[in-house]
Design a protein around this ligand. Structure first.
Ligand code: BTN
Length: 258
């Protein structure tokens, strides 16, 4: 890759690189509301994100200059209300394809959209939507990937991993970003063309622990279950003691084996 001219039509064509920011998602949200209309596909990337946000109000930690902290601006207003989970699917597929170009085996999506290598977390996705009525007016796709970070703090070291730890060599962040933008555009266009079944089939193929028995927690209750399907609503369907049970994101916790 030279001069950051990505081989895409729109994703990454307007690229804003920041040395430091609280959160690329926050920055992009402010930019979108202060400079409408913002070009679809605008990307923010930051070398250092000092208040990165994760799912369910968690903190996203990343060593400065080592990883990918980026946010992409999309306007998927074509997506009907009952199909909105397919945006999560499309983004998960784009991220796994991009990483798959460097790491040929072992990349999975842990439901709904954590990025795993084998049984450790390689990255995460935080999608924040602005709605008009029931349609998505704008979507901020936040992606954090552990690339060249060699050590993690004690509280996450047992469950986090990076590309450098997997490949035993550093990888160019801009080369991974290029792939990410290419695949993001590809899957976004597939989503726009309405090929929902195609996207869902691929997502299930890449789903971590699909049809495998594993330990889960719901509140105080710990039980074994196997993922059998993911519904259009985004709910996960587990087979638990021979019966199908449906859970939403906040209800179910996967128990990580150390
Ligand atoms: C998760 O908890 O797994 C989601 C992590 C998402 C982190 C990314 S880094 C870029 C973007 N900006 C943020 O503040 N969060 C997302």
């Amino acid at each position: 890759m030279q001069n950051n001219t990505f081989s895409t039509l729109f994703v990454g064509q307007n690229l804003i690189r920041l040395k430091e920011v609280d959160s690329t998602n926050n920055f992009l949200k402010d930019l979108a509301s202060n400079s409408e209309p913002l070009a679809e596909g605008t990307v923010i990337m930051a070398e250092n994100q000092y208040a990165g946000r994760g799912q369910v109000e968690s903190v996203w930690q990343s060593q400065p200059g080592k990883n990918i902290s980026t946010s992409i601006y999309l306007r998927p207003s074509f997506l009907p209300l009952n199909k909105q989970f397919y945006l999560t699917i499309a983004v998960s597929l784009a991220v796994t394809d991009a990483l798959g170009a460097f790491i040929p085996h072992g990349i999975y999506v842990k439901w709904p959209n954590d990025i795993y290598f084998q049984n450790k977390k390689l990255g995460g996705i935080l999608i924040e939507n602005t709605l008009t009525g029931s349609l998505i007016k704008a979507s901020i796709i936040g992606i954090g990937l552990n690339i060249n970070q060699e050590e993690f703090s004690d509280n996450i070291a047992y469950k986090a991993i990076s590309v450098i730890q997997i490949l035993q060599k550093s990888v160019s962040i801009i080369d991974i970003l290029e792939k990410l933008f290419v695949y993001m555009e590809k899957y976004y266009l597939i989503l726009r063309s309405g090929r929902y079944e195609f996207l869902k089939d691929l997502y299930l193929e890449r789903l971590y622990l699909f049809k495998q028995s594993a330990d889960y927690r719901q509140g105080e209750k710990v039980f074994k279950g196997s993922i059998m399907d993911v519904a259009e609503s985004g709910h996960i369907l587990l087979e638990v003691e021979g019966e199908s049970q449906s859970f939403n994101f906040k209800e179910l916790e996967f128990i990580h084996t150390k």
